[in-house]
Design a protein around this ligand. Sequence first.
Ligand code: AMP
Ligand code: MG
Length: 268
Amino acid sequence: MSRERWLVPPGVRAALADRHPDDIAPFARRKEAREVMAADLERLRDLQERLYVDGRYAVLLVLQGMDTAGKDGMIRHLSSAIDLAGAEVTSFKTPHSAELRQDFLWRIHQRAPARGRIGIFNRSHYEDVIVVRVKNLAPPPVWERRYEHINAFERLLVDSDTVVIKCFLYISKEEQRERLEARRTTPEKLWKLTPSDITERRFWDDYMAAYEDALTRCSTEHAPWFVIPANNKWFRNYAITRLMVEALEGLDLKLPEPTVDPESVVIE
Ligand code: AMP
Ligand code: MG
């Protein structure tokens, strides 16, 4: 099953170099995925409604990845199926000064989805062991302890009936170059290109090392990490939608007991 292909097995090194951002298995070409993708979006729509009326569980999708990896595009794809009334997207930016006076999970916990709802994190608490580590925004003893804090925090969410799905959108350095180049040379895309996109790219190897450690140390039975091959946007959309559908199907969501006997009432 594909899920196993993308999973970082708990206790096993994530080894990004051995994984392939171009992978599109089980397909050989895009058009083979068309039907299952349409069916999955339909299924997700139905499952979200059940999640909402069932009211026992929450779902949290964590999206991480380098600039241009496709976090926004992924959210756009899901938005064609997900009802906004039962979901919220949170984009985590550089913490502002009030946030920096709290512990690093404070702002994250506030955005955790309530029962019945889907929460999508565009970046997350993982930035606190990724960008913070790569750019030396906190000393090593501070970020070193965070892996354990993160595991305990996610354990709390899971114990409180939240399903946590964590996806690293894995693109190659060459693919990022092409996407940044497209931003640079397309007037309608130029606004998306920021000075930091250009500087952060220089730290690519450091980012990969930081990601590899985070994926390895924080892929747990209760909140596993998935490495999603993301050089192909359609495949990234397929894979993450599939994981969402599988997770929701695993919950045995129920429609509420009827409050009327349909045979004994007459709608006038
Ligand atoms: P973007 O996703 O392109 O809108 O950029 C958001 C920026 O916020 C990225 O450069 C992130 O690295 C940065 N960011 C997010 N969370 C943190 C954090 N906890 N500490 C420092 N920078 C962060
Ligand atoms: Mg950006």
